[in-house]
Design a protein around this ligand. Structure first.
Ligand code: COS
Length: 385
């Protein structure tokens, strides 16, 4: 399918594809087994000038948007969804600054992220605040020229590895979702430490840790936007990064499909390649249909988001649901096509199946996405009456 990418988008996709094929695919199984964080791969991504694809040129980026970010994520995820997450998680941590940072904050933080010399992370989730994002307990209290943060963020992608953290905390509990604020916290700030590295089912090359704030004092200039805007910062960020999760899912599904197709042509049973059996052919056809349908929705959603359209929550949620459910289905079927070999750890698809699962869970479970979609549909219907 021709998606009519611009010359620059095509170049970005090809550069990311080259890194995926040459640098990531050969080490993906090892990094998964050892839970090794991909610092070296991030260096290749930086050298290819891809770290800043979604950052404005005046801050050292390539001036693209969610689409360019997603193209990179998709290609990297084709080889390893976990390794790709070092890049995608940085995008998640950076979007609050892109969307809500003032000029000084953008000048201070974005160039280092664009060059790849620093990584970012996003701190919203807590032990008792997952789907219910408004349930966060971490507090930020203004004291003179500083905010003092206390609390613990859980399951933070790039936790401990990132240098720059965008963190949502409560500044006025009585105001509910309107009582949250967003802050930039730098690694190394006294009172800011990390929990142990989590042992995960999939995306094992990615690093997931708690962020612990104990009387952590940050300059009041690190407030993003203004007090009370934290929930909106989080929601508007997720509206722009959920297509990135969709792209990750799309990449994982594509990687699994490619492996299954290749295997089916090589594996001989009953005297012929298993690809000659209609039972396998239909599975391959269904996988390809689902992937292409997901790609159409993901790419179009990215374009819609980048167009500056106001209402993007429903579309972002749809792309995430569609692509992540596709990734789960396709990776399960890829294991099935490859049979016993698919189940073995020396072949890539069992890992892809484990990696796919998280895309139905993080940045809002697919059940929460369906809530977002349904509420928006009902709102639109009542407005058009
Ligand atoms: N853009 C802008 N504003 C938004 C918004 C969006 N996408 N979503 C909600 N808001 C606003 C609402 O308009 C509302 O504003 P008012 O107070 O002015 O009315 C406010 O934010 C609160 O919204 P709402 O009442 O819908 O909040 P809920 O507590 O019911 O939560 C969901 C809404 C479930 C959608 C939210 O909690 C969510 O996205 N949960 C999943 C969180 C998540 O993705 N976690 C993963 C962590 S990051 S890896």
């Amino acid at each position: 399918m021709n998606y009519f990418l611009t010359e620059e988008q095509q170049m970005i996709k090809e550069l990311a594809a080259r890194i995926a094929d040459e640098k990531i695919a050969p080490v993906a199984i090892e990094y998964d087994r050892e839970g090794k964080f991909p610092h070296d791969i991030m260096k290749h991504i930086a050298q290819s000038d891809l770290c800043g694809v979604y950052i404005e040129e005046k801050y050292g980026g390539l001036g693209g948007g969610v689409f360019e970010m997603s193209l990179v994520v998709e290609e990297l995820s084709r080889a390893c969804g976990g390794i790709a997450l070092a890049f995608a998680g940085t995008g998640l941590g950076t979007f609050p600054i892109i969307l809500f940072g003032n000029e000084e904050q953008k000048e201070k933080y974005l160039p280092d992220i664009a060059s790849g010399s620093k990584m970012a992370a996003f701190g919203l989730t807590e032990a008792d605040a997952g789907s219910d994002a408004a349930g966060i307990r971490t507090t930020a209290v203004l004291d003179g020229d500083s905010y003092v943060l206390n609390g613990t963020k859980q399951w933070i992608t790039n936790g401990g590895e990132a240098d720059i953290y965008t963190v949502i905390a409560c500044t006025n509990r009585s105001k509910g979702a309107r009582g949250f604020s967003a802050f930039i916290v730098e690694k190394g700030t006294p009172g800011f430490s990390f929990g142990k590295k989590e042992d995960k089912m999939g995306i094992r090359a990615s690093c997931t840790r708690e962020l612990v704030f104990e009387d952590c004092r940050i300059p009041k200039e690190n407030l993003l936007s203004r007090e009370g805007m934290g929930f909106i910062v989080a929601m508007k960020t997720l509206d722009r990064t959920r297509p990135g999760v969709a792209a990750q899912a799309l990449g994982i599904a594509t990687g699994a499909f490619n492996a299954a197709l290749k295997y089916s042509r090589e594996r001989v049973q009953f005297g012929q390649p298993v690809s000659s059996f209609q039972a396998v052919q239909h599975m391959l056809a269904d996988m390809a249909i689902q992937i292409e349908a997901a790609r159409c929705l993901v790419y179009q959603t990215c374009k819609h988001v980048d167009s500056g359209a106001k209402d993007i929550s429903k579309e972002s949620a749809m792309a995430k649901v569609m692509a992540s459910d596709t990734a789960m289905k396709v990776t399960i079927d890829a294991v099935q096509v490859m049979g016993g070999y698919g189940y073995m750890k020396e072949y890539p698809v069992e890992k892809m199946m484990r990696d796919a699962k998280i895309t139905q869970i993080y940045e809002g479970t697919n059940q929460i996405q369906r809530n977002v979609i349904a509420l928006e549909l009902i709102k639109q219907a009542s407005q058009s009456k």
